[in-house]
Structure formats: C-alpha cells, structure tokens
Ligand binder design. Structure first.
Ligand SMILES: NC(=O)c1ccc[n+]([C@@H]2O[C@H](COP(=O)([O-])OP(=O)(O)OC[C@H]3O[C@@H](n4cnc5c(N)ncnc54)[C@H](OP(=O)(O)O)[C@@H]3O)[C@@H](O)[C@H]2O)c1
Length: 253
C-alpha cells in the first residue's frame, strides 16, 4: 500500500478533538483542508492556528445532521477546489444512557449525526470520485461498533451502521481508484470522552491518536482499530457467545 499525497481534503467534526487534529495534520502537510463543524468560532481559531504555522484551513460551517444540506455543501466544496481527494466523516455524537432511561431525543440525535451525517458526507461526491478514478473516503466509527455495549444502544448501533456501510463501499469500489478506510478508535482524550465518569483503559492523547489515524489513512488500510490493546479486547468480545458477553460486560460496568 503506497503513501497517499492528497491535494484537497474535507474533515467533518473539525472544531474539536480528532477532527481538529486531523485537519491540522493535513494542513501542515500542504493539503488544502476544509474543516467542517457547527461552531464557527472554533473553526476560525483553527484556521488562525494553521495560518500561524504557515498552512491553510478553510472553515465550513455545517450541521451534518441535515443530510440534504450536507450533500449540497460537500458538492459545492468539491466544485470549488476542483475535486475533493480525501473525505473524512469524523463528526460524531455520543451520550451514555442506560436503556432504562433512554429517550428518543438522544437516539434521534445520535442517528442524525453518526448515521445520516456520516452517510451524507461520504456519499455526496462518491460518483464523482469514481468518475475521476481518484479519491479516498474515511469513516470514523468506534470499537463500540463491535458489540452492543451497555448504556450505548444508540451509539454502538450508529457506529455499527457506519462500519457495515464502509465495508460495502470497500467491496464495491475495489479497482475504481477510490479507497475506503474505516477507523475504530478506542478511548481518546476529547470533548466527547471528557464527560465519561467511568475508567477508560489505554486512554490516548488526541495527538497520538491523530498520528495513528493519519498513518492508517496514508497506508490505505481498509480497517484500522486502535490502540492495539483495546482492539484486541474488541476482537475477543466480538467472538463471545451472547450469554458470556452479557455477563462479562455487565460485570465490567
Ligand atoms: N474520543 C474517543 O474516545 C472516540 C472513540 C471512538 C470513536 N470516536 C469518534 O471519533 C469522532 C470524533 O470524536 P472526538 O472524540 O474527537 O469528539 P469531539 O471532540 O466531541 O468532536 C466531535 C466533533 O463532531 C462535531 N459535530 C457534532 N455534531 C455535529 C453536527 N450535527 N454537525 C457537524 N459537526 C458535528 C463537533 O463539532 P460542533 O459541535 O462544532 O458541530 C466536533 O467537532 C466521533 O465520530 C466519535 O464518535 C471517538
């Protein structure tokens, strides 16, 4: 798998955490980066930070939960830059809720961002990429996609959707010149994990996670789960029969 040199990139969820880190990482490599999220002021600050280090990031105010608006905006960006070469669907929403207290608002918001938002972002210019015989689409799923984790019904299921979506894309797009990568992070420091009140084994610094993700994308990995310790746990959980899985995760929580 050869290293990839992109000219243009779109990263969603770029106002904080992994998306912010990835946007900066690519900008510093000389890629023209569109950084998308809802919080404009965070994106402006990111653009300033890039500028200070001699690179360029263009802020894109976008709420990915509106699928149609997302498709339209991604197509506009594609037109404006002469073709997006890398698209990272990273925007995500997660809120731990026991099924005993699960409310529709949380479920809907999770689906809107993690399912509708990601699918719209990844689909918007896919036929154009195929026509150009060039492109790389990346979905940021989660190790939570591997099984239905406790207190994570909406989140685990939304990431399982993305994981399966990326797998089908990968199979269909083989040989077209369009690469497909699905990333499964374990615990990484970010705004999302700052709200967690439980222990997070092998918690990574954002910068370290960004390096790992950018490396996997550059290598064109089909699927990349990290850190290896948590990826190992996830793979074992995947194989467990339901009765054993239920007992184990209930105890762990
Ligand atoms: N951190 C972890 O341990 C971990 C583990 C596994 C997977 N992940 C996944 O990694 C991705 C990045 O998460 P993170 O940890 O970096 O969390 P984060 O710091 O909370 O970042 C989430 C990003 O998503 C954006 N976002 C949320 N709703 C949006 C919407 N409706 N429209 C557009 N953007 C939206 C946020 O920007 P605005 O609020 O400004 O819109 C923010 O930039 C997510 O998909 C997450 O599920 C993270």
């Amino acid at each position: 798998m050869a290293d990839r040199n992109y000219r243009t990139a779109l990263v969603t969820g770029a106002s904080s955490g992994l998306g912010r880190g990835l946007a900066l990482w690519y900008a510093r490599k000389g890629v023209r980066v569109y950084a998308a999220a809802r919080r404009r002021e965070h994106l402006e600050a990111l653009a300033q930070e890039a500028l200070a280090s001699g690179s360029r990031i263009e802020p894109v105010e976008l709420d990915v939960s509106d699928g149609d608006a997302t498709v339209a905006r991604v197509r506009e960006l594609d037109d404006a830059c002469g073709g997006l070469e890398l698209i990272v669907a990273n925007a995500g929403f997660g809120r731990e809720t026991s099924a005993k207290r699960l409310d529709w608002e949380t479920v809907r918001q999770t689906i809107d961002v993690n399912v509708t938002g990601a699918a719209a972002t990844l689909t918007a210019v896919l036929p154009r990429m195929v026509e150009r015989k060039k492109g790389h689409v990346v979905g940021v799923a989660s190790l939570a996609a591997f099984r239905g984790l406790p207190r994570n019904a909406a989140y685990s299921a939304s990431k399982a959707y993305l994981s399966t979506f990326m797998e089908s894309l990968r199979v269909d797009l083989k040989g077209t010149g369009v690469d497909v990568t699905c990333i499964y992070p374990g615990f990484v420091k970010s705004e999302m994990t700052a709200q967690n009140k439980f222990p997070m084994p092998f918690l990574l610094e954002t910068e370290d996670a960004v390096e790992l993700m950018a490396g996997a994308i550059a290598r064109g990995e089909a699927a990349y789960a990290f850190p290896w310790q948590m990826a190992g746990v996830g793979s074992v959980l995947r194989l467990l029969p339901n009765a054993l899985f239920d007992r184990l995760v209930r105890k762990a929580r």
